[in-house]
Design a protein around this ligand. Sequence first.
Ligand code: SAM
Length: 254
Amino acid sequence: MPLKKGDYVILFHDGKRYLVNLKEDIFHTHKGTLDLSQIEGKEYGEVVFSSKGEKFYLLKPTLFDFLMKLRRETQIIYPKDIGYIIVKLGIREGMKIIECGCGSGALTTALAFFVGDSGKVISYEKEERFIEIARENLKRLNLEKRVIFKHKEVFSVFDEEEVCALFLDVKEPWNLIPAAHKALKGGHPLGILVPTTNQVSLVLKALSEYPFVEIEVLEILLRPYKTNPERLRPEDQMVAHTGYLIFAKKVFEK
Ligand SMILES: C[S@@+](CC[C@H](N)C(=O)[O-])C[C@H]1O[C@@H](n2cnc3c(N)ncnc32)[C@H](O)[C@@H]1O
């Protein structure tokens, strides 16, 4: 399908990816400027040339690209962790889920993507300015209608009950374990991300006081490789730590 004004494209050059919207006129890079109107009518997979004669490939952005290029004003959850969270929480079309701590909306975006038009993400956030940033990030994928933002600091209770999954990305998630237990459907999953091991210990202590089973703690290490087939080896640098993930399922008795 030919590309048109308003479409998103990845401009790929020399290993670098730029996410652009064709509603803009000009895009500047250190390899020259690109007149974006010349892209309209082309197809993903084709090429364009910058003012310096450099070749840029037109690639179709995936959810990964939108997550990596979103506007961020808080720490975000990265795709390597999001992928596992989505699978562990069993996120799919039609689910009603709660997240607490929407921040810049990286996880919100992925949750909204997978719950489909018939699902809902209820996202609690205490800072109004982050809700606005998250909303803008969701708009790029037309996902804002799938999210209900609640501008409030959660202390002891969520407004909803019988939700299919619940995720906490807040500084002190151990305080919200009773609220999470009350809001979840029986047998359904809770996920939590914390950056330090002492926070993990506090969460584990809180979980032990409520009926939760199948408790797991893990971290995900992603190790990219240089793609030279003659000298195949890992990249020299990697992101060594993002956060610890904790998962558990609600039951009715200990
Ligand atoms: C690290 S950010 C969340 C990032 C987000 N998961 C993402 O992927 O972009 C944590 C957010 O939790 C919010 N927060 C912390 N405690 C909260 C609470 N008790 N109720 C609501 N929001 C809270 C903070 O304002 C902050 O924006």
